[in-house]
Design a protein around this ligand. Sequence first.
Ligand SMILES: Cc1cc2nc3c(=O)[nH]c(=O)nc-3n(C[C@H](O)[C@H](O)[C@H](O)COP(=O)(O)OP(=O)(O)OC[C@H]3O[C@@H](n4cnc5c(N)ncnc54)[C@H](O)[C@@H]3O)c2cc1C
Length: 503
Amino acid sequence: MTDMVAQERPLPNSRTTAERFDVLIVGAGISGVGGAYHLQQQCPGMSYVVLESQDSFGGTWLTHRYPGIRSDSDLYTFGYRFKPWVGAPIATAAEILRYMGEVIEENDLARHIRYQQKIVSARWSSTDNLWHIEAVRTDTGETLRYEANFLWMCQGYFRHSEGYTPDWPDIDRFKGKIVHPQNWPEDLDYKGKDVIVIGSGATAATLVPAIASDCAHVTLLQRSPTFFITGRNANDLANTLRELKIDETWIHEIVRRKILFDQEAFTRRCIAEPEKVTAELLGAVRAFLGKDYDIDTHFTPRYRPWRQRIAFVPDGDLFKGISSGKASVVTDEIERFTEKGILLKSGMTLEADIIVTATGFNLNVLGDIAFQIDGRPLDFAETVTYRGMMFTGVPNMAWVFGYFRASWTLRSDLVADFVCRLLNHMKAKGAKRVVPVLRPEDEDMPLLPWMDSENFNPGYLMRGMHLLPKRGDKPEWRHSQDYWSEKDELPAIDLDDKAFLYG
Ligand SMILES: Cc1cc2nc3c(=O)[nH]c(=O)nc-3n(C[C@H](O)[C@H](O)[C@H](O)COP(=O)(O)OP(=O)(O)OC[C@H]3O[C@@H](n4cnc5c(N)ncnc54)[C@H](O)[C@@H]3O)c2cc1C
């Protein structure tokens, strides 16, 4: 590891200089900002920089600006474990950005973050044990060079520049406006307009009630239904503890534990008694929509609860929108677009002034960065994941891929602890590199796709599975997506296990 102060040295055959850091963090979303905090706390003295292609921090919460944008996790667990959340559990993007801004300010992280720098390539060299990184300034086009001993990938899982829109027939014939929630135009005027929102996930469920009262009518068009869970946007335990004047640090910890305890029980029930849980979830929807509403067609998914994320609908706002008549749901498939709207496979037509394609994301495999290891292009699909954090044959790199069934940040905190422990271990050993390797006992292990589609199967993962690393059938080589086992397993990883090769 180099010293605390970043060093500069000229590149051969180039007048440009490369700035060198011990650690380079990719992305200033919730994971990257958390990573910077943990690194500063747990590895004092290590130099680091955070590079972010956008012009501010926040990642997901900066990119998405559609009306009503909010979390569907509670912020007691989506917030960092080290910074109490003091608001209502479900938060707007603006509230999350404010919270992250406080983390940056309170911990003096801003001077380490560089915005408008998009990393385009990263070349590992075993000669100097460094990543050689090129970033392009998004404002001037200038290329900047960095060197880092360790790369901490906090780039999230979807491409921020564009969302996923299926290639529907005749989409160009539509004379109205087509908008993806990921690129919501600030000046989009939907007042008094007929709007179709295509999609059935959390984004569609948030957007529909947020715009329904202003629109003439909003139709939620879905191919198949999603599970929703409703509840008040309040936490009774937190409120009681506040009344008792308990310190916010304590409230944060106690409420986190209670929520995680309840979520674990719920997850186990989803697996043990899916029919019963399904009946309960549908019963809650029926309570809002009444016994005559066609719940079977519009709100009864074909999959078991928890195979996809269950979207939270605070105070039943989506269902209230439907009951009021301002919003409706159509479950059907798109045949083709027309000048005025959409022709469905059933023969029904829907007309609209605006069509919103809340159809998901494009998977972003490691920041769309061109990677090389000692001169050879790296194909991540040929690697095997070490617990969803590192990859065989890829030295000095960790990736943060959070939880879907629990809050993403629970895992970004756990991975940060692991990375910091690994960096300190390398320092103590005098090692300049660490690379995960399959052990002799892993040689005959079957190699499977990154995620078991029986376990979790959202569209963007299914579309991009061929691009992702493989998984094995032992805990070390799996990406479990289970917070309740990983919270004990990750801190207990033996860093001298044969799965880590140091040099
Ligand atoms: C609308 C929406 C709602 C969500 N709600 C929840 C929720 O309630 N609970 C939950 O747990 N999860 C939720 N998620 C998942 C969510 O993405 C994560 O929880 C979390 O915010 C991801 O944080 P991150 O920092 O890992 O990645 P991101 O937020 O994706 O941030 C990654 C950052 O890296 C930058 N970056 C990427 N590539 C490069 C590069 N090559 N060079 C430089 N910078 C780069 C990006 O610009 C971005 O700012 C939601 C996702 C969406 C889209």
